[in-house]
Design a protein around this ligand. Structure first.
Ligand code: NAG
Ligand code: NAG
Ligand code: NAG
Ligand code: NAG
Ligand code: NAG
Ligand code: NAG
Ligand code: NAG
Ligand code: NAG
Ligand code: NAG
Ligand code: NAG
Ligand code: NAG
Length: 486
């Protein structure tokens, strides 16, 4: 009887302890995979590197570490030899597959939550194999505590999208934080990137193999924009392949601060470590304004980082900004979708070209999606095709920029800010305000009181969540092989 009480008491204490939220130390690994001669050799070499990174992280008392999408295999299109069966989350700490066992052992040995992505296979009762792109999470006892199958696959013909209603995509840590997870291209979709927040999630672990495209889909712009717009901490681990324009990882605070980020023009893996502040449980109805601050500005040279572009200028509506007026308020509309810009710029050079643009329609950067775009872009010349390029001349000092748009509200409306300077960094001290008033949704993105130079893109991208049928998307994706980012 006494021992039962004791057991109950200790059980209660453990339960309570689980709900005390604390700041925690996180690591994300930007990782360049080793390519072996055979699949199993490739994966084993990369597991050895993962274990090494876990050991290194432990020296800094890291509690959770995130590895990128395709980190164990490299970007492979044929999962044969790479994909393995993965059990569902449970109490077991022994695994049939020795890859899982090695990774679980590393989590236990270094007492760390380990988040990683790998190719999963599942055989049905007709011995037919289905492949998934899957994130898994081991806790520090080696238990599998989460499993998530990527929903919005991108140019991955052998991969079956995960189901819309997954219930193993969140986990609660012993430091009291409820994490959610999704993968790469998922970040641009309401489901799962916004819908997962309805599960009391305050922090996101995000393996990605993001192929950056100027000017609207650059890695750090999208990552920092997600944390800013959704008011969550984001731990983003990207694959590293600068010749393909893949790279850019970071640890982003829910209040808009960037604790750490990395984008390099030279090939290489990088372990990033930061203390993450815990935030109040996310309130899905309130997502208002807050500041944004870059805490780490140690950016190496980017000359070799391939600057890919997805920019269909003939589809967009443009207006040139006349900055000789210093304060400019102007509007540009496309198919009744309007973007209003208010700009305060000093010391502008009349020979430089800045355009504001609006677009509502379909883009093919990956799946075909319905988007809305508002952006101020710096251009290399009067040719609008040169807008939002890295070598755009942009010496104007912008005191403030506000971009605002309103539309009838609808389900699964989803918006992210875009901000990028010529160093491919996000712009600091910005504010994102998404308000719904009756039937109208208003998005306002701005910054003030800080002179910003070298801005090449500042705006808003919205995804209405409409996607076409999977088969059609596959065909389309194959047609646009050039535009892949995973
Ligand atoms: C891995 O592949 C090699 C051949 O490349 C083979 O000799 C070895 O047995 C394989 N290991 C396992 C565990 O399957
Ligand atoms: C890895 O190397 C093999 C041959 O050694 C090559 O066929 C394959 O494309 C490479 N994979 C990646 C992801 O580079
Ligand atoms: C745990 O996993 C091992 C290996 O997959 C399996 O043999 C064992 O039956 C499992 N135990 C339980 C209790 O599920
Ligand atoms: C299932 O298919 C695999 C090859 O994909 C084959 O090796 C195996 O024998 C099959 N199993 C059954 C029960 O048919
Ligand atoms: C295996 O699955 C695919 C896709 O669902 C299906 O087209 C095919 O007919 C299945 N094959 C068998 C043998 O069940
Ligand atoms: C969420 O925030 C809104 C607006 O601030 C507030 O009205 C609502 O009560 C909050 N809900 C919860 C569950 O805290
Ligand atoms: C967000 O914008 C709305 C509408 O313009 C405004 O009423 C509200 O105060 C703003 N929120 C914050 C926190 O500034
Ligand atoms: C966000 O939080 C960090 C860490 O607590 C703090 O240093 C920073 O000043 C905060 N930034 C803003 C904009 O509130
Ligand atoms: C830009 O504005 C200045 C000052 O109002 C005006 O003199 C100039 O003609 C304008 N330039 C263009 C191209 O509209
Ligand atoms: C524009 O910026 C200048 C320089 O900082 C400032 O003096 C002025 O008040 C600003 N104008 C407006 C309308 O914000
Ligand atoms: C304006 O830009 C042109 C072309 O880049 C340059 O030649 C000129 O010196 C610049 N003028 C000023 C005042 O900076």
């Amino acid at each position: 009887m006494a021992s039962t009480k004791l057991l109950l008491l200790s059980f209660t204490i453990i339960c309570l302890a689980q709900f005390i939220k604390t700041d925690y130390i996180a690591a994300v690994v930007e990782y360049q995979p080793i390519n072996g001669t055979a699949p199993n050799e490739t994966v084993e070499s990369n597991i050895a590197q993962y274990v090494y990174n876990i050991e290194q992280a432990r020296n800094s008392k890291v509690q959770i570490i995130v590895f990128p999408e395709y980190g164990l295999t490299g970007l492979v299109f044929n999962p044969t030899g790479y994909a393995i069966e993965i059990p569902n989350p449970g109490d077991n700490t022994t695994y049939e597959h020795y890859w899982l066992q090695k990774l679980a052992n590393a989590a236990v040995a270094h007492s760390m939550y380990v988040v990683l992505n790998l190719l999963e296979q599942e055989k049905d009762n007709r011995n037919n194999t289905t492949y998934y792109n899957t994130n898994i999470v081991f806790d520090k006892y080696g238990k599998l505590v989460a499993k998530y199958r990527k929903i919005n696959v991108y140019e991955e013909p052998a991969i079956t999208p995960g189901s819309y209603n997954q219930n193993q995509n969140t986990f609660v840590t012993d430091f009291g934080i409820t994490f959610g997870t999704f993968t790469c291209y998922d970040i641009t979709f309401f489901n799962p990137a916004r819908s997962v927040l309805s599960k009391s999630v305050t922090d996101i672990v995000y393996p990605t193999a993001w192929h950056s495209f100027l000017p609207f889909h650059h890695s750090l712009s999208i990552q920092s924009g997600y944390a800013l717009a959704n008011k969550v901490n984001l731990l983003a681990a990207n694959l590293n392949n600068v010749e393909e324009g893949i790279g850019g990882s970071g640890i982003y605070g829910a209040n808009g601060s960037i604790f750490s980020y990395y984008l390099s023009g030279s090939e290489g893996s990088k372990l990033q470590i930061a203390t993450v502040k815990n935030v109040p449980t996310h309130n899905n109805t309130a997502f208002n304004t807050f500041g944004f601050e870059v805490l780490d500005d140690n950016i190496p040279t980017l000359a070799n980082f391939k600057a890919k572009r997805y920019f269909e200028s003939d589809k967009y509506e443009f207006r040139r900004l006349n900055l000789s007026q210093h304060i400019v308020k102007d509007e540009v509309c496309h198919k009744y979708f309007c973007c209003v810009f208010t700009v305060n710029a000093s010391s502008s050079n009349a020979s430089e070209v800045y355009q504001i643009m609006a677009f509502k329609g379909q883009i093919r950067a990956g799946e075909i999606t319905d988007v809305k775009l508002c952006a101020l872009l710096a251009c290399e010349s009067e040719d609008i095709n040169t807008c939002g390029e890295r070598n755009a001349k942009s010496t104007a000092k912008f005191e403030s920029i506000t971009v605002e748009t309103s539309m009838p509200d609808g389900p699964e409306q989803y918006f992210l800010p875009i901000s990028l300077n010529a160093d491919l960094n996000p712009i600091s001290n910005t504010v994102f305000n998404n308000t719904i008033n009756g039937d109208t949704r208003t998005i306002k993105y701005h910054y003030s009181n800080l002179k910003q130079q070298n801005i090449i893109a500042f705006g808003i991208v919205g995804n209405s969540g409409v996607t076409l049928s999977f088969n059609f998307v596959l065909i389309a994706a194959i047609l646009v092989l050039n535009y892949l980012y995973y």
